[in-house]
Design a protein around this ligand. Structure first.
Ligand code: WTA
Length: 655
């Protein structure tokens, strides 16, 4: 494991205040350790107890965990529930008037919606879906801006047992097509446009185009929420306005009870090879852990105003916008716009205006806001805050300290939460009233989560050495399958040499307190602005352009985005040498990738070469490309290289 080395040496430690500890849901280290011990002593009893306490079951389960067909685990299998019932109906008796969502539009307009109203709107829309023949088990693609309607759409699917697959609104028509096609979706829910940063960005045209890119015969309905009232091309055969769909529909819709293992959703995410993976989640186990993490990690209190800034197109927006806060009966903020409009104080102003208590965002957002206005937060009253969260990538200690001091005013603990699309909920994160925190580490696993760090053959590494991050026992919210590809699921996450452990794909090490420090990915997955992108996906997109013969993509460190994308491209024709020509072709290729995958996948830099550095067997030597992209001197062994001269050429190909 000599290649996995940690350069960080952080020694600052921050203890929660006595006041915070006193009121915390899990108060003090002993309380945390007691939960861990309960799980250790009786694993199934522990999860069974929590599932009974936290979920309203229509039919109780009799068995907690079935491991007989590992790694296809089943949790609470004979139990029946409905996730939307748990998120909405449950609260109607106790707090119908409580605000469920404070929605702030791009232009600053605010809409509050109570649990009672949200329930009515979800039921109405669910009835609308049923009127189109959509039923339990059908797949529905949601391609929506951040809005109350996006949450309504997801909850309505859950209500009738349909399986949603949310596609981030920044993805291109091609990415959208691939997801519609893979899931064989029967309907797409979208909007005419989205409003971001004062601009109207059309969305429906991407759906129209996606449906022409290949076989989408499964799609019989395109439901369009009218957000911007812009001109919208119409196909009367399958398009229907949201408002027409719900007109006259009842505000009552009995939930469809489903088995605990019934898929709640599919969410596509990047893997190291091949097409994006349709990560399939369950209903019961997933709901349980998003709820528990809100109580344990976010120390949820009924008086909280919770704000997770993630888009519903990512897992964070599923677990900590669409489901978790509602399952807890929380009041949450949903924001349509961007953090820099009208200026870089927008987040801080919204925290002030809505008296946000719990704020959950990504390091990339923090870094860009530091750059745009380090002292801007001083202008706002942030005294409502009591807890801060971070997710998506390791947070560098500098950004952590700024977040802690400027936003949290040295008063709010920061929960640095490590988890993944595949884990559904927080896995390694501080319980803020239990353990001290240190900048840059996600600290200790949640009770019942048995994480570890192992070598290539699944043996624990000793001491503080780096290795592969694994989770050693099945847990309720874990991925159940890759949609339509059980073999790929097994190979990706439970490779034989790993002893049956779940392989997360990250490298990490422990420190002297047993805290986990995430060091990065072990596969060819980039983390750009907190979003996972497979280098393979970008390479295939580049190679699909008529000018390109071959391409390799690597990440290099970037101040704000975490990682930037560097592409090395061999053209079919001669290598361009004229700077204007180089710029022109680079721009064409960047736009092309934007169209193929989405703007977030556009390479930040493209270098053209006559060839790529390859081994004698023809394997591209990516570690050398990484060194070149970083601008470092190559000190690695290049003796196995077929064509060493290419390194010089690529090094000098900066334009
Ligand atoms: C990275 C996002 C360090 C990690 C919830 C993981 C993190 C991938 C953290 C999952 C964190 C996420 N510290 N790294 N707190 N949170 N990561 O599926 O590499 O979009 O494997 O899920 O992001 O990204 P995903």
């Amino acid at each position: 494991m000599s290649s996995i080395e940690s350069a960080l040496n952080e020694i600052r430690v921050f203890h929660p205040s006595e006041e915070f500890v006193k009121q915390a849901n899990v108060s003090g280290m002993d309380a945390y350790l007691a939960l861990c011990k309960e799980a250790e002593d009786d694993y199934q009893g522990f999860w069974g107890r929590l599932a009974n306490e936290n979920i309203a079951w229509k039919k109780p389960f009799t068995k907690v965990l079935d491991e007989s067909n590992a790694p296809f685990f089943k949790w609470f299998e004979d139990g029946e529930l409905n996730v939307s019932y748990n998120c909405l109906d449950r609260h109607l008796a106790t707090q119908p008037k409580k605000t469920a969502i404070i929605f702030e539009a791009d232009n600053g307009a605010v809409t509050n919606i109570s649990y009672h109203e949200l329930h009515a709107r979800v039921c109405q829309f669910a009835n609308g879906l049923k009127s189109r023949g959509i039923k339990m088990g059908d797949r529905v693609v949601v391609y929506m801006p951040m809005s109350i309607e996006a949450v309504v759409a997801m909850q309505a699917c859950a209500r009738i047992g349909a399986i949603h697959s949310v596609v981030f609104g920044g993805f291109s028509s091609k990415s959208l097509y691939e997801r519609i096609h893979d899931a064989k979706a029967c309907a797409v829910i979208t909007s005419d446009a989205q409003m971001r940063g004062g601009k109207v960005i059309p969305l429906k045209p991407a759906v129209d185009e996606a449906l022409t890119l290949g076989d989408c015969r499964s799609v019989h309905s395109v439901i369009v929420y009218q957000r911007a009232k812009c001109d919208t091309a119409w196909n009367a055969e399958h398009d229907i306005w949201w408002h027409d769909l719900i007109a006259g529909q009842s505000e009552v819709c009995d939930p469809q009870w489903v088995g605990a293992e019934h898929p709640l959703f599919i969410l596509y995410t990047s893997g190291s090879t091949g097409a994006p993976k349709g990560v399939q989640h369950s209903s019961g186990g997933y709901l349980l852990m998003v709820k528990l993490s809100l109580q344990w990690v976010f120390d949820y209190k009924p008086t909280d105003v919770f704000w997770c800034t993630a888009d519903v197109g990512w897992i964070t927006g599923h677990s900590y916008v669409a489901y978790g806060p509602l399952a807890m009966g929380a009041t949450q903020v949903i924001f349509e716009g961007v953090p820099t409009y009208p200026d870089a104080g927008r987040f801080w102003k919204m925290i002030q205006d809505h008296k946000v208590t719990t704020f959950y965002t990504a390091p990339t957002a923090i870094r860009s806001l530091i750059k745009l206005g380090e002292d801007l937060p001083d202008k706002y009253d942030l005294s409502s805050l009591r807890l801060l969260g971070s997710v998506g990538e390791p947070i560098n200690p500098d950004a952590w300290m700024w977040y802690y001091n400027k936003i949290g005013q040295a008063r709010c603990p920061i929960v640095d939460t490590w988890w993944q699309t595949e884990t559904g909920a927080n896995m390694i994160a501080p319980l803020p009233g239990a353990m001290p925190i240190k900048p840059g580490t996600c600290t200790l696993p949640l009770p019942g989560i048995k994480s570890g760090i192992v070598d290539e053959v699944g043996h624990d590494v000793l001491g503080q050495n780096g290795g592969f991050l694994v989770i050693k026992r099945p847990f309720p919210s874990q991925i159940r399958a890759i949609w339509g590809d059980p073999e790929r699921y097994k190979k990706s996450y439970f490779p034989e040499e790993m002893n049956g452990y779940y392989l997360a794909g990250d490298s990490a090490h422990l420190d002297e307190d047993g805290y986990t420090w995430i060091m990065g990915r072990i596969d060819d997955v980039l983390n750009v602005s907190g979003h996972r992108l497979g280098t393979m996906e970008i390479e295939s997109a580049l190679a699909a352009h008529e000018l390109v013969s071959e391409a390799a993509v690597v990440g290099r460190p970037h101040d704000i985005k975490g990682e930037a994308i560097s592409a090395f491209v061999v053209l079919k024709g001669a290598r361009p040498e004229d700077p204007a020509e180089i710029r022109k072709i680079a721009q064409i290729l960047r736009d092309w990738v934007g169209k193929q995958i989405g703007p977030i996948a556009k390479p930040d830099e493209i270098r053209f070469g006559d060839n790529l550095p390859k081994t004698r067997s023809g394997k591209i030597m990516r570690r050398l490309l990484r060194t070149i992209a970083k601008g470092d001197e190559i000190t690695q062994d290049v003796s196995t290289l077929e064509n060493p001269a290419i390194l010089e050429q690529l090094k000098n190909a900066v334009h």
